[in-house]
Design a protein. Structure first.
Ligand SMILES: NC(=O)c1ccc[n+]([C@@H]2O[C@H](COP(=O)([O-])OP(=O)(O)OC[C@H]3O[C@@H](n4cnc5c(N)ncnc54)[C@H](OP(=O)(O)O)[C@@H]3O)[C@@H](O)[C@H]2O)c1
Length: 252
């Protein structure tokens, strides 16, 4: 498929590597220009382009940018054909994105869809960057991590689930965008590296009021130990997320 990826940070870089290695025709952009994109991202044929070019003539556009950058990308996204699939990996962290960015209680992916004026699929948002980079496994491998995928259009969900599988993870249909609060930060499936057997129970156990509380506890813990903006390694990050988000009774 022809895929544009905007964002070459913790998540975007892994998606560029994995999706180009899987044989897709990948164009990639960041905010600073193609000349700033590292050569080691382009080893499987991905091409560094401007953000405008990344959103032109593609079947899939992946947005892996801070949530606060989404409104500024709306004009680019309008270049896409109506049937193209936009996959977004966003999560809302008020500490990073601004406390006023989202109306209280709004589902994050619905807000993204509204900002962009088109349907989106939500995928790869619920895995930490270290696990995404290193813990993918082939289909059928024991203990393969499963990731929730939410979307309102069948074609978007199907494509996003296929791409998730190709990056080394089982894809789980997590329902509509309206239900995707169940995969937001602070919920039991978020950053906890669960399997396909465990994931449905985690989504069902999500607590909408407690999720932001638990999200902020985890930010505090990570900031205390690592400093602001540093992502944890996979093992410690998952252990901390399981402790805070899943509680003592969850069956792993
Ligand atoms: N980190 C995680 O563990 C994790 C896990 C799951 C989901 N997420 C979510 O995924 C998204 C990306 O996270 P991340 O950790 O990969 O972020 P990151 O490391 O900060 O990288 C963000 C990327 O977005 C690019 N960008 C920002 N504004 C842009 C714009 N206006 N136009 C084009 N590119 C722009 C940046 O460009 P420059 O390189 O030029 O600065 C950078 O490449 C966030 O919403 C985050 O919450 C993160």
């Amino acid at each position: 498929m022809k895929i544009g990826i905007i964002g070459t940070g913790h998540i975007g870089a892994s998606l560029v590597r994995k999706l180009s290695e899987a044989g897709h025709d990948v164009k990639v952009a960041n905010s600073r220009g193609p000349e700033t994109i590292a050569d080691d991202l382009l080893t499987h044929g991905a091409r560094a382009v401007t953000a405008e070019q990344a959103a032109t003539d593609v079947e899939v556009l992946v947005l892996s940018v801070p949530l606060s950058a989404i409104p500024g990308l709306a004009d680019l996204v309008k270049r896409l054909l109506e049937q193209a699939t936009v996959v977004e990996t966003s999560n809302y962290y008020p500490q990073r994105d601004g406390a006023e960015l989202l109306p209280e209680g709004i589902v994050e992916s619905l807000w993204v869809s509204e900002q962009l004026g088109r349907p989106v699929a939500k995928a790869w948002n619920a895995i930490g960057s270290a696990s995404l980079a290193t813990n993918g496994r082939p289909q059928g491998a024991e203990g393969r991590i499963a990731l929730p995928v939410a979307a309102d259009r069948d074609q978007d969900k199907k494509i996003a689930m296929q791409l998730v599988e190709q990056t080394g993870f089982d894809a789980h249909d997590a329902g509509s965008l309206a239900e995707s609060w169940r995969q937001q930060p602070g919920t039991p499936c978020y950053g906890t590296d669960l399997t396909l057997e465990q994931l449905p129970a985690a989504l069902a156990a999500a607590d909408r009021e407690q999720a932001p509380v638990r999200r902020d506890i985890i930010v505090q813990i990570f900031t205390t130990w690592l400093g602001a903006g540093t992502n944890p390694d996979a093992e410690w990050g998952v252990a901390m997320a399981r402790l805070v988000e899943c509680g003592p009774d969850f069956q792993f």
